[in-house]
Design a protein around this ligand. Structure first.
Ligand code: ADP
Length: 260
């Protein structure tokens, strides 16, 4: 009910922002935030774009840890929050505004008004692409965000597992309902390459994402394997695109960023 109150409101462009793209997943834990962070950093460092990163996953913000930014934003003279710049990306997250480890127990209207503040209440300056790390799922919150932010497009992240792909299809259908174009689907955790014998194991199944993309008339933009460097980069707050820019996985992220 809380989110519905915002759904009919007029959508407004955010001053200075050219395009807003959502990184979404039907299911949690598939690597949506990891993908959003690495793509944002790749867009800024390899595509020479002015990039913002908005952590709209208000109940489980990951950007403060993944980008190693914990400080509270300053407030500018026009009473707007100043985004925190890291690795050439201007970041804003609910995690900057609440105490670390504090549970966020807000109801719909409070979440939506916080998101309003984190978008229109921020002095973004000139931004070519604002990457939005969406909350997982396909509920009212996701629909409201898609409508209010006038998304230019959405990227769907999924593992190749059937149960994740079923949720990814729901995500695609949700964006279609609110007329947001799907830019493509990214397969994460596509395989595990054994560091000892170098053999690939398809833990979550093989080529499921490509199949689903083809069935739904979408493009599969890339496949990211399950590798320790990505996990370490997330936990240390140094995305792999920064810590190991010449690695195969960084090249895969950069390739996707260049295709977006
Ligand atoms: P979501 O945003 O979908 O909930 P996260 O991006 O938070 O998922 O990822 C969940 C966990 O999996 C994180 O600990 C992250 O470091 C790890 N992870 C994500 N993608 C990969 C990958 N390709 N290789 C290794 N670890 C990964």
């Amino acid at each position: 009910r809380g989110f519905a109150a915002f759904a009919g409101k007029q959508t407004l462009r955010i001053d200075g922002i050219k395009d807003i793209i959502a990184v979404a997943s039907g299911k949690g834990g598939v690597g949506k935030s990891t993908t959003a962070v690495n793509l944002a950093v790749a867009l800024a460092s390899k595509c020479q774009l002015k990039v913002g990163l908005l952590d709209a996953d208000v109940y489980g913000p990951s950007i403060p840890i993944m980008m190693k930014v914990q400080q509270k934003p300053e407030v500018s003279q026009d009473m707007k929050m100043v985004p925190i710049e890291k690795y050439g990306v201007k970041c804003m997250s609910m995690g900057f505004l609440v105490e670390k480890d504090a549970p966020i127990v807000w109801r719909g209207p409070m979440v939506m008004s916080a998101l309003e503040k984190m978008t229109r209440g921020v002095s973004w300056g000139n931004i070519d692409i604002l990457v939005v790390d969406m909350p997982p799922g396909t509920g009212d919150a996701q629909i409201s965000i898609s409508q209010r932010l006038q998304l230019s497009g959405a990227l769907i992240v999924s593992t190749p597992q059937d149960v994740a792909l079923a949720d990814a299809r729901r995500g695609v259908n949700m964006f279609s309902k609110v007329q947001v174009p799907i830019l493509g689907i990214i397969e994460n955790m596509s395989c595990f390459v054994c560091p000892k014998c170098h053999e690939s194991s398809y833990i979550f199944g093989k080529e499921g994402t490509r199949r689903t993309a083809a069935e739904m008339g979408m493009e599969c933009l890339g496949e990211i394997p399950l590798v320790p460097d990505i996990r370490i980069g997330s936990d240390d707050g140094i995305p792999v695109v920064i810590s190991a820019p010449d690695s195969a996985v960084s090249k895969a992220y950069i390739d996707i960023a260049q295709r977006v």
